[in-house]
Design a protein around this ligand. Sequence first.
Ligand SMILES: *[C@@H]1O[C@H](CO)[C@@H](O)[C@H](O)[C@H]1NC(C)=O
Ligand SMILES: *[C@@H]1O[C@H](CO)[C@@H](O)[C@H](O)[C@H]1NC(C)=O
Length: 185
Amino acid sequence: MMLVRSALFFELILCSVCRIHAGPKSLNFLLFRKIVTGYNTKYMSLYEATVSQDFTTVNFTLNFARDISADIWLKSTIGQRVSKRGNTYRDVFTYDINLCRVMGRGKGNSLIDFWMNNVLRESNIPRGCPIKEGNYYMRNIRSEKETIPRFIRSGSFRIDAFVYVRDWHNANLTDTIFYVDINMK
Ligand SMILES: *[C@@H]1O[C@H](CO)[C@@H](O)[C@H](O)[C@H]1NC(C)=O
Ligand SMILES: *[C@@H]1O[C@H](CO)[C@@H](O)[C@H](O)[C@H]1NC(C)=O
């Protein structure tokens, strides 16, 4: 029950933030400048991301070396670069969600629903858990205006994302750092 509650709580926060800040601003572009990936060889035989030459789309390859029979969680921290030069990022927000609880969704209007649709649109990952051993892909992921919260300002961001299994002593499956440039108009 705690798990369900924290996922719901997260959405409530996002929705209320969206409403409060609902203004005329919308996404102009989002560029994936660089993506750094790592994976746990106990569970994965490959995890990689390739960015298109124009920085607008990403493909992921995820090869699971064994079945993941427990729920998979995603912990993400989004930081905005403080100055044009240098590599200092100020955290904007962090979230921790049970991916198994949101994967089958995509009909709602929350940020999570938009991202789920976006990421799984051209993917062979099943929309539900458990994830079986096997080779998976997610292709042509690109940002759309609904996938960026309106309180985000133009700038450079660093997103640290960990996919892990909470019930397996927080075993990490993958870690990813996205460096992105966002321009709001
Ligand atoms: C992603 O995969 C699609 C389909 O295989 C391919 O057309 C596209 O060029 C790939 N993009 C990148 C960035 O590798
Ligand atoms: C998983 O990665 C995070 C971030 O690097 C780290 O804090 C945590 O200790 C790792 N978990 C395990 C079980 O190694």
